[in-house]
Design a protein around this ligand. Structure first.
Ligand SMILES: [Zn+2]
Ligand SMILES: [Zn+2]
Length: 345
């Protein structure tokens, strides 16, 4: 089968590999009907994910059809349409029992697919701990509607959940890339009083204007002033940092009012500075990143009921055979790209 593979730092290429087989009782084999490219794939390509194993098939955002299940799998059956979770988790260890599935202590726990074990930019994928890692797609929900459930939408949902947003709050989201938009959609469900989005790229600001006209928009340069104008207590009550830029962490805590919650959604490529003397007296609470992707069933139900729609994010479509072209567009951010749906054919 075709499998897009991490060859070495700076190089991904299509390789021919055998179709995966069941290895453990909890495994399922999924025929991938649609996958996507994530910024984390680019982090692997650029060598900033040291635990990524050369030779693995990349890709951790996908939907498909269950082909085969091991004897230990009870939640899904062959023929089921499913979303695949970016995280592998056992459901039984201390962290899983508390909902902190990102820190599952299973040897495959956490982000394994498309990083430490073969992922889904391929025709088939083996999913360990399938009872936890797969969710059935409800009737009437399309592959495109479900495509982001297991990764960036799970991330946005988790970020909104842990940010303790209230009805009086002014919420600032920094970054209107795909993860920022997923975060925005999930924050909207909580109906805060005001929503501000800061984004440096004009194409992306236009995307927000076109689809979410109720949101206040600003550039990073305008951000502190805009937040002050639109908040009741000198800063945002909640800040969600989904940009991961050079100065966006600093912008996040500067725009927060005293005693605010600052949730870091982004994955940085460099260390960030926590200037405690300058923060003194602000009593901020930081939540420091790493989705616990255990809300997928709830997210799929919200999609089915029309409460979340991420399909506007899909700006491009390519068959798997042309995934290299898709990567080029995604990596160079050409042609107004947000997300790319990679189809089996
Ligand atoms: Zn991802
Ligand atoms: Zn676990």
């Amino acid at each position: 089968m075709k499998a897009f593979t991490y060859i070495e730092q700076g190089k991904f290429a299509m390789r021919d590999k055998p179709v995966p087989v069941l290895q453990d009782p909890g495994d399922a084999i999924v025929r991938v009907t649609m996958s996507s490219i994530c910024t984390s794939d680019l982090h692997i390509k650029h060598g900033s994910v040291p635990r990524a194993v050369p030779g693995i098939t990349v890709g951790h955002e996908m939907v498909g059809v269950v082909e085969q299940t091991g004897p230990g799998v009870s939640a899904v059956r062959p023929g089921d349409r499913v979303t695949v979770n970016v995280e592998t988790f056992c459901g039984e260890c201390f962290f899983c029992r508390h909902g902190y599935v990102n820190n599952c202590t299973d040897p495959n726990g956490g982000w394994a697919l498309g990083c430490r074990i073969d992922g889904g930019q391929a025709e088939y994928v083996r999913v360990p701990c399938a009872d936890q890692g797969l969710n059935r797609i409800p009737e009437g929900v399309t592959d495109e509607q479900a495509l982001f459930v297991g990764d960036i939408l799970a991330t946005g949902f988790w970020a909104a959940r842990i940010s303790q947003i209230g009805p009086e709050d002014t919420v600032l989201i920094i970054g209107a890339g795909p993860t920022g938009i997923c975060t925005l959609l999930c924050v909207m469900l909580q109906q805060p009083r005001r929503l501000l989005v800061c984004e440096k790229n004009e194409t992306r600001r236009q995307f927000v204007r076109d689809h979410y006209p109720q949101v206040f928009l600003c550039t990073p340069e305008e951000c502190e002033e805009t937040v002050r104008q639109h908040s009741d207590h000198g800063g945002a009550d909640v800040v969600l940092e989904a940009a991961g830029g050079k100065d966006t962490f600093e912008l996040a805590w500067k725009c927060a009012r005293p005693n605010a919650i600052v949730t870091i959604v982004a994955l940085y490529e460099e260390d960030q500075v926590l200037p405690l003397p300058r923060m003194y007296g602000k009593n901020l609470t930081f939540k420091t990143g790493g989705v616990d992707g255990c809300d997928c069933a709830e997210i799929l139900e919200l999609i089915r009921r029309g409460k979340i729609d991420t399909t506007p994010l899909i700006t491009h479509r390519f068959p798997l055979a042309e995934i290299e072209k898709a990567y080029q567009i995604f990596e160079q951010q050409q042609d107004g790209v947000m997300k790319i749906a990679v189809t089996a054919e």
